[in-house]
Design a protein around this ligand. Sequence first.
Ligand SMILES: CC/C=C\C/C=C\C/C=C\C/C=C\CCCCC(=O)SCCNC(=O)CCNC(=O)[C@H](O)C(C)(C)COP(=O)(O)OP(=O)(O)OC[C@H]1O[C@@H](n2cnc3c(N)ncnc32)[C@H](O)[C@@H]1OP(=O)(O)O
Ligand SMILES: Cc1cc2nc3c(=O)[nH]c(=O)nc-3n(C[C@H](O)[C@H](O)[C@H](O)COP(=O)(O)OP(=O)(O)OC[C@H]3O[C@@H](n4cnc5c(N)ncnc54)[C@H](O)[C@@H]3O)c2cc1C
Length: 602
Amino acid sequence: MLSRKELFKDTLKKAAHAWKRTVELHLTEEEANLLRLYIDQPGYVDLHWVMFVPAIKGQGTEEQQKKWLTMAYKFQIIGTYAQTELGHGSNVQGLETTATFDPSTDEFIMHSPTLTSSKWWPGGLGKTSTHAVVYARLITEGKDYGIHGFIMQLRSLDDHSPLPGITIGDIGGKFGSGAYNSMDNGVMRLDHVRIPRDQMLMRLAQVTREGKYVHSDVPKQLLYGTMVYVRQTIVADASRALSRAVCIAVRYGAIRKQFGSKAGGPETQVLNYKTQQSRLFPFLASAYAFRFVGQWLKWLYTDVTQKLESKDFSTLPEAHACTAGLKSVTTSATADAIEECQKLCGGHGYLNSSGLPELFAVNLPACTYEGDNVVLLLQVARFLMKTVSQVASGKQPVGTTAYMGNIQHLMQCKSVVNTVEDWLNPAAIKEVFEARALRMAVNCAQNISKAPSQEEGFEAAVAHVQLIIVTKFIEKLQEDILGHGVKEQLQKLCGIYALHLIHKHLGDFLSTGCVTARQGSLANERLGKLYAQVRPNAVALVDAFDYTDHYLGSALGRYDGDVYSALYKEAWKDPLNETVVPDGYQEHLRPLLKQQLKLSRL
Ligand SMILES: CC/C=C\C/C=C\C/C=C\C/C=C\CCCCC(=O)SCCNC(=O)CCNC(=O)[C@H](O)C(C)(C)COP(=O)(O)OP(=O)(O)OC[C@H]1O[C@@H](n2cnc3c(N)ncnc32)[C@H](O)[C@@H]1OP(=O)(O)O
Ligand SMILES: Cc1cc2nc3c(=O)[nH]c(=O)nc-3n(C[C@H](O)[C@H](O)[C@H](O)COP(=O)(O)OP(=O)(O)OC[C@H]3O[C@@H](n4cnc5c(N)ncnc54)[C@H](O)[C@@H]3O)c2cc1C
């Protein structure tokens, strides 16, 4: 119910309080991250910690890190990540902002040469950030060396006014009433702003005092390293958002009753309807699947980072493909699922008090920020095409593409599934997912020379990423899992996750010859049985997410199930209910009613 200005100020207040508590309680970095997470309101601090600090860590020299991170860690400066422009977001190489080296003063001149080169979108840029890592085309000795990162001070540390030559503001209201409107996504134009040479982030490349451009021995793709890091964190965010929506829909489904009353008996809980289960339980399974794959991705990222430190860059392409692909598949699935959860809750799901509209509006842009989901899957496709060609030339693939080394078998194997129960076998499931992914990638690679098809590459990428998620779920179940019966429940959810994908993408599985129509129908039968088996534990499986009512923010998802009183109470809090007769009655309603009454008497 807050206006944009009030909402923004509220975000500033919360962020300042969180920082105060962080300092007072001597929180570790991990604890402070959790605190920000549970504040649950997008704000400038996200960009400061999630992008500004990592960009300096990844692309700054040791000296630069020491200087800038010391101030950033103490919040003496607030930073953002200013990459996207009005004219270009996905195509980073198409950015237009220039950083021209002037050897006479040992400075870079930062400039926005066109309207489309205006920086546009960076979070916190609009009203808050004092500094930014700005991405611009480096020009020295008359030559354009492409995009590089530069640290710029944007606002005075005394009175917060923009520095000379910098025009800066907020880009305006966004989707939904709250959601991302707490964030001051900004626009910025630069008019020949001078910064010292040592504010170019120089780990990847340097410009000497004389203006010579010098490459380091690290791959230029490390320029994109911050995005790899953030994409990895977004997978965990998606899993959390999805589990919140599912928690609301499952709990409400157990309370809501419609039809089915015989002879005055109780009506049916909507969660017991098969159609409700087949729409909702795949989301429950996906929430767990995304959590496990997110944990694995965090491990992968840490592993790659350690390797990079010792100058081993071999796993960088795989890390890029995994983070891009998983960010894309999990955020798209999550946005779709939250929207569907609203429908699963019927009319009440459309109320703000259900918590679902806000959850949807906050998570929808994850399909776009940090890389448009389609563009990212096309990156995965590119990686797969390269891997297929390496396999063809005898190279043994590793990591998440290791299965491609089994090409002889996977290109011609037939699924062993013969009964409904056979679909309980993780090996049988994994084999059909591997065969589908490989055959789609190989078909795409073979067709590329004839007529390049983006769609084919896109579909192959989706199949590969789904295989990763299924595989990581299966691997998770091979670990020790504490708690009586917990593993059995997770096995059922793993089955649901995999089999619902077979159901959804049956066309792929059939057309690549991985399963027959009969096996597809056995998979559906198995899925129906799994839904029935999960039903008795569905509420416990969402309680296990351990969300407080406060964090869930939903009248429908309350732990105590007292949904109707909560909805009723929430309704009365609406500002429209502050007066019995609404504002506007005297000016607009009364004259209208009186006029009509007069006319009717004529
Ligand atoms: C309620 C909420 C509360 C709290 C939330 C808490 C936390 C939230 C966490 C985070 C979210 C917070 C805020 C959101 C902030 C959003 C910020 C942004 O959006 S920043 C801007 C992001 N922009 C993008 O992602 C742009 C996407 N575009 C690209 O990445 C690239 O341009 C491209 C599409 C990859 C194309 O690049 P290029 O033109 O160079 O193209 P090529 O395809 O030729 O690639 C060359 C070569 O490089 C390899 N490569 C590409 N990218 C990477 C990479 N990242 N890492 C490693 N390698 C990479 C590519 O594969 C090619 O390799 P080759 O085939 O030649 O071997
Ligand atoms: C809430 C939010 C916060 C953001 N925060 C920041 C930030 O802090 N810092 C920052 O720098 N940026 C930020 N961004 C910008 C964001 O990173 C870009 O919007 C994103 O990278 C997508 O780029 P675009 O907007 O140029 O989309 P476009 O690339 O213009 O996409 C438009 C359409 O074209 C399609 N398309 C584009 N290229 C291809 C292709 N090669 N093949 C097929 N289809 C294609 C896309 O799929 C999409 O459907 C933010 C954006 C949002 C929404």
